[in-house]
Design a protein around this ligand. Sequence first.
Ligand code: AP5
Ligand code: MG
Length: 212
Amino acid sequence: MKIVLLGPPGAGKGTQAKQISNDYNIPHISTGDMFRKNISEKTELGIKAKGYMDKGLLVPDELTIDIVKDRLSNEDCKNGFLLDGFPRTVKQAEALDSFLTEPIDTALLIEVPRDNILERMTGRRVCPKCGASYHIKFNPSKIEMKCDVCGSELIQRKDDSVETVAERLDVYYKQTEPLVEYYKSKNVLCTVDGTKDINIVFEDIKDVLGRN
Ligand code: AP5
Ligand code: MG
């Protein structure tokens, strides 16, 4: 199963991706997580990407497409994968189509209106080690500021400040939302309501994937 997850920042892509990846046994590939790993390791790519991410802007296509192409060539992607945060521009979507031998099965849009996003983002806490994502109100960790999965100290993402979230949302509506039409025209777009409780959203996703 080859799935692309679409949705604005804070829609719940990462949260749902962890569950989908476990249930369907396909790797969860997040370009945001890949960039954050490169930043923490201070690689050349990380240093370049950081400047864009801190401002809430997209990392240029030239730096993004190749890392995904390379990752998808790994053995664990042979039976499918779940892309979270890629593609994010029409150019990235066209590149993805060009390097896959078969088209993707489902582009899954998690819909959340702009008004709900800010509270989600400013209350988000993430694990820098394993990438698990929590929310102080909607999805708290069992022990305050400690990851349920690996016990690491949780942090707030640098790009989750009010100003950067506003910029990321503008970028999403300008550069990424056109992909909804792109995948609709290919008859692979499915939509779920991302404002419901996390577990209900996951049940809805399983329904949609079961039908496809
Ligand atoms: P990336 O890491 O992909 O960030 P994003 O798309 O902005 O999305 P987020 O990770 O912020 O949100 P999410 O949808 O995963 O939500 P989550 O599940 O965490 O990208 C970061 C940056 O990297 C970009 O700005 C860009 O610079 C760069 N980048 C990455 N990919 C790129 C690409 N392809 N091209 C160019 N640049 C790229 O949930 C959010 C919060 O809400 C959490 O606290 C969670 O607990 C809570 N929550 C989740 N679901 C629910 C629910 N149903 N109800 C209540 N709360 C919920
Ligand atoms: Mg995410």
